[in-house]
Every structure is written in C-alpha cells, then in structure tokens.
Design a protein around this ligand. Structure first.
Ligand code: HEM
Length: 251
C-alpha cells in the first residue's frame, strides 16, 4: 500500500486485501509466515485451490453434479474439496499435533489459533476459561471433561474443520469488506484523515509503535467506517429464522 501511495499507481484493492487476509489467517491461524505477497507462495496457492477461487467451468459443473446428484457424484468420485490442498492443510495440522505431543511442556506458546484450539480440545485451559464455558454454554465441568476426551483422529478432524472454516467463512467476507472500506476511504479524504488521526492518537496513548489487539478495540471511528461499509454493501443476508415460541422479533 505504501508503495502504491508513493507511486500513485492504481491497484486492485480486492486482490490486495485477499492476499492480506490470507496472510493474516496464515499468521494468526497457523503461525506461518506464508509470504502471500511474494511469488510462489505455496500457502496462497493452496488456499486458492481449497476455496475454489480459481475454479474453472469444469469445476463448476462438478459442483453442480455434487449438489444436485450426490449419489452420482459419489459414484464418479467427485469431492467437494480439492484433495491436494486438503492434504496440505492436514499436513500442517499433523505437524502441530506432533510438535505438541513431542514437546508437551517445552513447546513455546505461540498464541495462534491452531495451538489455542489444541489446548482447548485437550482440556488444557485455565479455571477462568472453564468457568466462562460453563456460563456461556450452560455446560457442567463433567460435560466439559467428556468433551475433551477425544481420540487423536477426532482431535485432528475438529482442528481441521475449525481452521478451514477460517478460509470458508472469514476470507472472502473480511477481504471484500476491507477492500470496499479502503475504496470508500480513498474517495472520502476527510474521513480517511480522521481514521488516520485516530490511529495515531490510540498508538500514542498506548505507547506502542504497533497496534495490538487491545489497541484495535479502541478504534471507534474505524469501527464505524467498517459498519458503514457493511451497511452500504451488506455481504450476507440473515437467512435463518428462529422457530422457538419464545422468540420475539424486534421488527
Ligand atoms: C465482514 C466479515 C463477515 C461478515 C459480513 C459475516 C457475516 C455472517 C453472517 C451474516 C452470518 C450468519 C449467517 C446465517 O445466519 O445463516 C455469519 C455466520 C458465521 N460466520 Fe461470519 N461474517 C464475517 C466474518 C467471519 C469470520 C472472520 C469468521 C471466522 C473467523 C466467521 C465465521 C462465521 C461462522 C462460524 C458463522 C456461523 C455461526 C453459527 O453457525 O452460528 N465470519 N457470518
């Protein structure tokens, strides 16, 4: 972005934020430096294949067969996800599980999602979190204990499904919202200036050169800009309808 700002060159915001979000998922989800902006990033290629971002018309036909004629798809060996990319991510998860088992106590905690999930699924959470789960999910400690009594296969499946969800639910949604927000900010210079000043103020107040999670929570004006972007370009509809008798609509 800095380079584009200096040269004044036009750029495709959608592509840039797609790569940025992929890089964020690689870092925060898997703890990997994926170099998504560089050439030949395997992680980026695998994400594209897994999410079908580069799907051909042949792939679209396969998908249609899968949705409309699942039995035929089964007979023809058509799968929803690309096998190679699925294998790639499973490999990453296997590595983490292996590393965790080998160095149960010595492995440095990286605070990335795959590690945090691993800890949660194997019951290595502190009393505060246990209490939170008890309250929020109305779940007793015995039930929590049963939940973490998983076989290694179940553990890997849960890790895999939750991490891959980051790509399926979080990648297009977040990157498209960021791209639209950046576009609005480029056309509304006064708003952009306010966002920028808010960033400087918060960084100043926190005494940090970099924004961390807690500092980001204080960026109220930026939050409003993201909300306004979503108001102008809502990405998704709420398709679900609560059928419980106790449900009372605000409308
Ligand atoms: C701007 C970004 C995003 C938008 C606009 C968005 C929008 C939505 C909407 C509207 C739903 C509800 C769908 C329904 O009721 O059927 C939903 C559900 C969900 N989203 Fe997002 N989402 C965003 C980012 C993310 C991210 C980053 C993640 C994961 C890290 C995520 C994970 C999920 C999950 C797991 C559900 C299902 C929740 C459930 O089953 O109760 N979303 N999202």
């Amino acid at each position: 972005m800095e380079q584009y700002a200096t040269t004044g060159e036009q750029f495709n915001a959608r592509e840039v934020f797609y790569l940025y979000t992929t890089e964020s998922i690689a870092t925060t989800g898997f703890g990997i430096d994926a170099d998504c902006f560089g050439r030949g990033s395997q992680f980026k290629d695998m994400v594209k294949r897994f999410t079908g971002a580069d799907a051909s018309s042949k792939d679209m036909i396969k998908l249609l067969v899968l949705i409309m004629f699942p039995r035929l798809a089964n007979l023809l060996g058509i799968n929803l996800f690309d096998g190679e990319s699925l294998g790639f991510f499973l490999g990453l998860i296997n590595d983490v599980v292996k590393q965790r088992k080998d160095q149960a106590t010595t492995a440095a905690k990286r605070n990335v999602m795959v590690d945090l999930l691993y800890e949660a699924l194997t019951g290595q959470v502190n009393a505060e979190i246990k209490e939170q789960v008890k309250e929020e999910f109305d779940m007793s400690e015995t039930k929590q204990k049963n939940l973490v009594n998983l076989s290694e296969e179940e553990l890997k499946t849960l890790l895999m499904s939750n991490l891959l969800l980051l790509f399926l639910a979080g990648l297009d949604t977040s990157s498209a919202t960021l791209a639209a927000c950046a576009y609005f900010l480029s056309t509304e210079v006064e708003v952009q200036e306010r966002v920028y000043n808010e960033l400087l103020d918060v960084m100043d107040a926190e005494g940090n050169d970099e924004l961390d999670y807690n500092a980001v929570q204080k960026l109220n004006y930026l939050d409003m800009c993201v909300h306004e972007t979503l108001r102008c370009y809502p990405l998704a509809d709420i398709e679900r309808k609560c059928t419980k008798a106790s449900y009372s609509s605000l409308r």
